[in-house]
Ligand binder design. Structure first.
Ligand code: ADP
Length: 168
C-alpha cells in the first residue's frame, strides 16, 4: 500500500517578495488592480508590468485564482486570489477562504510549479480572525493531493505563532 501524496507545508517568517520559489500567491482584491499590504508589496517588487498583466485578466471572483508572470520577483508565476472580507462568519467566509488555497494550489500544479509561497490570506485589511483562518489554511494545504513544497510566509510574529500552533 503506497502512502497518499499530499502537499508538504512549512511555516516561515519573512517577506514573501524576497524568497525564491516557483509560484508566489498574492492576497489580491477582486479587481486585481493592486492595493495595500502584501498586494502592494508584490506589485512594487514585480514592477509596473504586473499591473498591465493584471488588467488583462478582467478581475477575479473571491475564492478563485488567476495567474500572471512574476516579472522582477524571484519566482516564475504569481497566483492572484482574492480572499473573503470577514463580516461575521455567516457569509461563506470559511468556504471562500478554503477555496483560495485549493484553487491557488490547482493553478500551481497546472503550471508545473513545485515550490509555492502563500501569505496569510484575508487576515490583514480583510479582517479575517487569524485564529479562525490559520486552521482552514493549514488543513486546505495539508490535504491537497499533490507533491508540492508549500511555505506559509508570515510577515509578523503574531501571524507566525498562529500558523505554527496548527502544526503541533
Ligand atoms: P488581505 O486584504 O487579504 O487581508 P493583507 O495584505 O492586508 O491582505 O494582509 C495579509 C497578510 O499579509 C497579513 O498577515 C500581512 O501582515 C501580510 N503581509 C504584508 N506584507 C507582506 C509581505 N511582504 N510578505 C508576506 N506577508 C505580508
Amino acid at each position: 500500500m503506497g502512502e497518499a501524496v499530499m502537499a508538504n507545508l512549512r511555516i516561515v517568517r519573512g517577506d514573501i517578495t524576497q524568497i525564491p520559489a516557483d509560484a508566489i500567491v498574492n492576497a489580491a482584491n477582486p479587481g486585481l488592480l493592486g492595493g495595500g499590504g502584501v498586494d502592494g508589496a508584490i506589485h512594487r517588487a514585480a514592477g509596473p508590468e504586473l499591473d498591465v498583466a493584471c488588467r488583462r485578466l478582467n478581475g477575479c471572483p473571491t475564492g478563485e485564482a488567476k495567474v500572471t508572470p512574476a516579472f522582477r520577483l524571484p519566482a516564475t508565476i504569481i497566483i492572484h486570489t482574492p480572499g473573503p472580507i470577514w463580516r461575521d462568519g455567516s457569509f461563506e467566509e470559511p468556504k471562500l477562504l478554503q477555496s483560495c488555497y485549493v484553487n491557488s494550489l490547482k493553478r500551481a500544479v497546472e503550471n508545473g510549479c513545485q515550490t509555492v509561497l502563500f501569505p496569510s490570506i484575508s487576515t490583514g485589511v480583510y479582517g479575517y480572525p487569524l485564529a479562525l483562518a490559520a486552521p482552514i489554511a493549514v488543513q486546505a494545504i495539508q490535504t491537497f493531493p499533490a507533491n508540492l513544497d508549500v511555505r506559509m510566509v508570515c510577515f509578523d510574529d503574531v501571524t507566525y505563532q498562529a500558523y505554527q500552533a496548527q502544526m503541533d
